[in-house]
Design a protein around this ligand. Structure first.
Ligand code: SF4
Ligand code: SF4
Length: 68
């Protein structure tokens, strides 16, 4: 069972600066999706593997892995 999921901390996310979200681009599983350029990405809590690639790719430390 998957207990680790990525969470975007919206107060830390500077999507306007990023434009295209590098964290979403880093997700090989395409579980972190940015619908609109310049807006924060949204993780899919059911399919996220908790691998942390998105965490490492975010320049603002706006993504963290939560264990549930
Ligand atoms: S890389 Fe980080 S700060 Fe930039 S849009 Fe994505 S989540 Fe937000
Ligand atoms: S933790 Fe891994 S699977 Fe989950 S959104 Fe981030 S890169 Fe994708």
């Amino acid at each position: 069972m998957n207990t680790k999921i990525a969470l975007v901390q919206f107060d830390k996310c500077h999507a306007q600066e990023c434009g295209t979200c590098p964290a979403a681009a880093a997700c090989k599983h395409r579980m972190l999706k940015q619908e609109t350029t310049g807006e924060p990405p949204m993780p899919d809590p059911f399919l996220c593997r908790g691998c942390g690639d998105c965490v490492r790719a975010c320049p603002y430390q706006a993504v963290r892995i939560a264990t549930g």
